[in-house]
Design a protein around this ligand. Structure first.
Ligand SMILES: C[S@@+](CC[C@H](N)C(=O)[O-])C[C@H]1O[C@@H](n2cnc3c(N)ncnc32)[C@H](O)[C@@H]1O
Length: 206
């Protein structure tokens, strides 16, 4: 029997939604990060991680789980994030497009970050070109923040949308990181234009 595609998609969506509820994660997006980290290991025990566009906090929970008691996680979002119990998790209200946010982040970090992850997304308008351009723009701001706060050989992971501007953005990431890869996590809806770019091992500035 061939199952209708829409039905399969809905079932998958439901699956991660329910799983997040049962496992007490704040978002189904949590699984996208967990799946990719499991394969590429760009966040490790003891790491200092900055999560951009972090509300409601599913990725923060995933990062905290990976870095354990000895690491540190800072979540940044335009929206206030409900606090967490862990003493090594902090959140701030900040706009990735505001140059002052970099300084604001640095004040919270015990040392330069080991990893910067970004799930920052604009409010989707439904106009493909516009949403694509906005998403790449936000990913570019996230890249600039990453370059400013990562330690040498640090890692970067950010959401992008497929489209004309993606190639140029990937080229930019390649200028800064030794290993670069585009991935589509299983937990991401097949129909969505969303992809993630991994940049590993920040090159030292010349
Ligand atoms: C898809 S949600 C992130 C979900 C999150 N990863 C999780 O697992 O809970 C995207 C977030 O990006 C935030 N955002 C959008 N534009 C932003 C900006 N300029 N600066 C900071 N955050 C922004 C939104 O407020 C929203 O909370």
């Amino acid at each position: 029997m061939i199952l209708p595609k829409a039905w399969v998609r809905e079932r998958k969506k439901e699956y991660y939604y329910r799983k997040a509820k049962v496992e007490k994660y704040r978002s189904r997006a949590t699984y996208k990060l967990l799946q990719v980290v499991k394969k590429y290991r760009f966040i490790k025990l003891g790491d200092v991680v900055v999560d951009l566009g972090a509300a409601p906090g599913g990725w923060i929970q995933a990062c905290r789980k990976i870095v354990g008691d000895s690491g540190f996680v800072l979540g940044v979002d335009l929206e206030q994030i409900q606090p967490f119990d862990s003493s090594n998790v902090r959140t701030i209200v900040g706009d990735v497009t505001d140059p002052q946010t970099i300084q604001q982040i640095k004040e919270f970090l015990p040392h330069p970050a080991d990893a910067v992850v970004s799930d920052v997304s604009p409010n989707v308008s439904g106009v493909w070109e516009l949403d694509h351009a906005r998403q790449i723009d936000l990913a570019r701001y996230s890249l600039q923040i990453a370059i400013s706060i990562l330690k040498p050989k640090g890692n970067f992971f950010a959401k992008v949308f497929e489209g004309d501007m993606l190639n140029d953005f990937v080229k930019e990431v390649k200028q800064h990181f030794a290993f670069v890869k585009l991935v589509k996590p299983k937990a991401s809806r097949a129909r969505s234009a969303e992809l993630y770019v991994i940049g590993m091992r920040l090159r030292q500035a010349m």
